[in-house]
Ligand binder design. Structure first.
Ligand SMILES: O=C([O-])CC(=O)C(=O)O
Ligand SMILES: [Mg+2]
Length: 415
């Protein structure tokens, strides 16, 4: 562990501090180059954009640039450590945008007093970018922030920790339920955790067919039920009309456990109570709600996923956010709507059913084979087919749902 600590610090420090830099896309060698790049030539695109803002997509980097914006109030599972401390994560997201979807991305960490200040700040700079990826902002403020910014901006605004996580979790869940021979519309779900990701995941499951009355969500006070008076409007969406109060009450005969809470909160005894052939996604990072070794020791009929890359079935939003933005930017979608999110869910889920090419296997030397089944319900992040498959499905959904300004699909996807 200390070894990875030093390696990580060195990775970030050398050979230059940080993980991203700006590069030039035009020649800037001769005085003629500079006359075009800057004064006097630059005045020409200025006039074009002033007369029609859409020309910003033609003459500037707007259309391929996504801002990754945080206030550092919910950094990974580390908590509220402030905007500056979130910078390595935001640079990391920018690295992933570039690496996986050839999107230029810039990280912005915002110090602010009120939620309204934050919203105003992002709104004020939004026109610079083709899209805004909100990251690691705590609940419940994240809900209002995203809702307001979607209203005020005419570019896609997407809170990754909600929807990126929900899309990937739903894709994995659909596949896991299919393998276990269960139908999403009669499965019983237990969701431990009631933060941004939990609420978004359960909302996405409902959009994919789960019944709200079959969902039991728990926060630190226990089961979220209709007689509680301490619920915010977002948790209230999942208030279940039930007499069950504890994790042990609801885990009995449940088909699915989804953990977005904390380490080791699910016990071997809890797992033993679940219905036959259960699905357990213990996604607390870095330490899951139950260790896979322990879960597998209790019963051999389960499918297990975690947020970690060192176990099978890693559920991580990197399978989604680079590609959903690629699809949105390519057709200049004005928003990322439910149709596009669902298209991403099914594109990711379906990719896991395809035979895995050699180059993907080569990227994972520790696994000897990957084929659709209990240990492979989601594609691997290094799978180059994610880019064309997910981006194209998202672009098509944007066109079909009438939010795309460009109505032809790109043919090439290069990184
Ligand atoms: O960064 C990750 O691996 C997933 C994520 O967005 C988070 O935990 O906030
Ligand atoms: Mg995050």
């Amino acid at each position: 562990m200390s070894d990875i600590r030093q390696q990580a610090l060195d990775y970030h420090e050398f050979p230059v501090p940080g993980k991203t830099a700006v590069c030039l896309t035009k020649p800037a060698q001769s005085s003629h180059d500079l006359a075009l790049a800057y004064s006097p030539g630059v005045a020409e695109p200025v006039r074009e954009i002033a007369s029609n803002p859409e020309n910003a997509y033609r003459y500037t980097n707007k259309g391929n640039t996504v801002a990754v914006i945080s206030n550092g109030t919910a950094i990974l599972g580390l908590g509220n450590l402030g905007p500056l401390a979130s910078k390595p994560v935001m640079e990391g997201k920018s690295l992933l945008f570039k690496r996986f979807a050839n999107i230029d991305s810039i990280d912005i960490e915002v110090k602010h007093r009120t939620t309204e200040d934050f919203i105003n700040t992002v709104e004020a700079i939004a026109d610079t970018f083709g899209g805004i990826n909100l990251e690691d902002i705590k609940a419940p403020e994240c809900f209002e922030i995203e809702r307001e910014l979607i209203k005020r901006c005419n570019i896609p605004v997407f809170h990754d920790d909600q929807h990126g996580t929900a899309i990937v979790t739903a894709a994995g869940m659909i596949n896991a339920l299919e393998i276990q021979g269960k139908k999403i519309d009669d499965a019983v779900f237990v969701c431990l955790g009631a933060g941004a990701a939990a609420i978004a995941c359960m909302s996405m499951f409902v959009k994919c067919g789960a019944l709200r009355e079959n969902v039991y969500m728990l926060d630190r006070q226990g089961v979220i039920h209709t007689r509680r008076e301490d619920l915010n409007e977002y948790k209230a969406l999942f208030a279940n009309n039930t007499d069950k109060r504890t994790l042990q009450d609801v885990i009995k005969d449940a088909d699915v456990f989804l953990g977005l809470s904390g380490a080791d909160l699910l016990t071997a005894d809890d797992i033993a109570l679940m219905a036959p052939n259960p699905v357990i996604f213990a996604c607390s990072n870095p330490d899951p709600e139950i260790k896979p070794e322990l879960a597998h020791a209790i019963r051999n009929d389960l499918i297990m996923g975690t947020g970690r890359s060192d176990y099978p079935n890693q559920v991580n939003n990197v399978l989604c956010f680079p590609f959903i933005f690629r699809g949105a930017l390519d057709v200049r979608a004005q928003v990322i709507n439910d149709e596009m999110k669902l298209a991403a869910v099914y594109a990711i889920a379906n990719l896991a059913k395809e035979p895995v090419p050699e180059e993907v296997l080569a990227a994972y030397p520790k696994v000897s084979s990957l084929s659709f089944g209990a240990e492979y319900v989601l594609p691997k992040p290094m799978d180059p087919r994610l880019l064309p498959n997910v981006a194209r499905a998202v672009s098509q959904a944007a066109i079909d749902s009438g939010v795309a300004k460009i109505t032809t699909l790109p043919t090439e996807y290069n990184v």
